[in-house]
Write a protein that binds this ligand. Structure first.
Ligand code: PFF
Length: 464
């Protein structure tokens, strides 16, 4: 059978937009702001910036270059690079999106639920008077979380069926500019609210007293950067495999890091001042900016309700923004899974999409029903969604450390650097890259792994 021609992005802008759309997701919108609030505001932001421009950049160019050189998805890329013994790394990097996608789509389903609830609210209906009760009764409902997850999955798979240029590119072209405009608009609206200054100061001014341990700040920032840049999930390898040879890998990587970091910092401007104002009014203190789903699905709806008549619209726009961010990230993960199935089994795209969709809905049902009808199913004592999330938080640093070891000590950094020079531009960071990928990155990534294990088993009071 003749091998079908590999799809490609229509240009450098399309690639950067797609990779940035993958990177900008729930991680930027709720995880970054609460980590910044917990770890000393400006201190966390500075550490995060420094890490993104060094470690994040190194890992990003590595993955994109592996994809573009091999013209394969992560599953078969390592063999295509001439190292079949490292194929297991391709398998590991495929397991990550295969297991993250189902529960990410469950959270995507939650966002659909909130989007429709706010739509009802702006149309004059009710239903969100008690945000905690709304959230609890939704996630424990017999069918709702499953149905919302299935809708979210079906929509992202519909985009994938249309292909790289006609599906992913076009969806990003519509959703990303709207997302950016709304994020800027909401941040400006919040900054103009009376009393916003205190929250902005709280967010930006370094507070060294709340980061008693710089190690924790660095580890928190590193873990966040990892998740936020969609690293070690096969995505950047797959997206890189569609990149044109005439485009520059380093330039694209800098733009992706910049876009991702910009939206993360912007989200802080959107969320922190209103939560601080609300906490001052309701006496909630710092605890209002708590971790986990609580911030997005309980605290923020309370905050929006406190904004009066404008609150319904602010909430609606916010959840449109979150919905787009979640969709574009889920689309990238779905593509990484579909491309792996196509490259491995040499089957048609539509058949691969059906297989991935079935997998996502079946495995996702464990997490969707995990707080309701199947709440008794608690692997290691955790609800299914938390269990999958924790396992993947351990697996991703392992994959990243192995990719660095492979490139640094087996493949050789010069192969990646050669790929970076393919478009004819000079690369001025050869020594920096070699030192980073051989020594610094594997050590830093191992540190995240150890801290993650300590956090899960509650060793040494680690809590990120
Ligand atoms: N990078 C995305 C975010 O910051 O929310 C999340 C994400 C996207 C995670 C793609 C995993 C993934 F495969």
């Amino acid at each position: 059978m003749e091998k079908p021609k590999r799809a490609s992005w229509s240009g450098s802008v399309a690639f950067v937009l797609a990779a940035a759309a993958s990177a900008i997701g729930l991680g930027n919108l709720w995880r970054f702001p609460y980590l910044a609030a917990r770890y000393g505001g400006g201190v966390f932001i500075a550490v995060y910036l420094a890490l993104s421009l060094t470690l994040g950049f190194t890992l990003l160019i590595t993955e994109i270059a592996i994809g573009r050189y091999s013209r394969q998805s992560q599953l078969t890329a390592f063999r295509a690079l001439g190292h079949p013994r490292w194929n297991f790394l391709g398998v590991l990097s495929t397991i990550v999106p295969l297991f993250i996608l189902p529960y990410y789509n469950v959270i995507g389903g939650w966002v659909i639920k909130y989007f429709t609830a706010y739509l009802k609210l702006v149309a004059g209906g009710g239903g969100l008077e008690n945000p905690q009760g709304f959230f609890d009764s939704f996630i424990t409902a017999p069918w709702d979380p499953f149905v919302c997850m299935a809708i979210f999955t079906a929509v992202s798979c519909a985009v994938i069926v249309m292909g790289v240029k006609n599906g992913i590119e076009k969806a990003n072209l519509v959703m990303m500019p709207i997302l950016l405009l709304m994020a800027v608009g909401l941040a400006v609206y919040v900054a103009l609210l009376p009393g916003a200054g205190e929250g902005i100061r709280f967010y930006l001014i370094p507070d060294f007293s709340s980061c008693d341990n710089l190690g924790k700040v660095i580890l928190g920032a590193m873990g966040q950067m990892f998740y936020s840049l969609s690293l070690a999930m096969g995505i950047m390898i797959t997206y890189g495999s569609y990149m044109r040879r005439c485009d520059s890998v380093p330039k694209a990587s800098v733009r992706i890091v910049a876009a991702d970091t910009f939206v993360a910092i912007l989200s802080g401007f959107m969320i922190i001042p209103v939560v601080v104002m609300f906490a001052a009014k309701s006496g909630g203190g710092r605890a209002a900016i708590d971790a986990g789903p609580g911030l997005m699905f309980v605290t923020l709806p309370k905050v929006f309700a406190s904004l009066g008549a404008a609150g319904a619209w602010v909430g609606f726009l916010f959840f449109v923004l979150v919905l787009f961010a979640a969709f574009t990230s889920a689309i990238s993960m779905t593509e990484a899974c579909v491309a792996a199935v196509c490259d491995f089994f040499h089957i048609r795209r539509n058949a691969a999409v059906s297989a991935v969709m079935l997998w996502t809905v079946v495995l996702g049902s464990l997490s969707a029903f995990g707080y309701g009808r199947w709440a008794v199913f608690k692997p290691f004592g955790l609800p299914a969604l938390d269990f999958f999330d924790s396992s993947m938080n351990v697996l991703t640093p392992i994959v990243a450390a192995l990719i660095c070891a492979f490139v640094g000590w087996v493949l050789h950094p010069k192969r990646i650097l050669a790929e970076c020079q393919r478009d004819g531009s000079a690369v001025g960071f050869r020594l920096f890259y070699a030192v980073m990928v051989k020594f610094v990155a594997p050590l830093l990534v191992l540190a995240i792994l150890i801290s993650e294990i300590c956090r899960i088993f509650n060793i040494g009071g680690w809590r990120i």
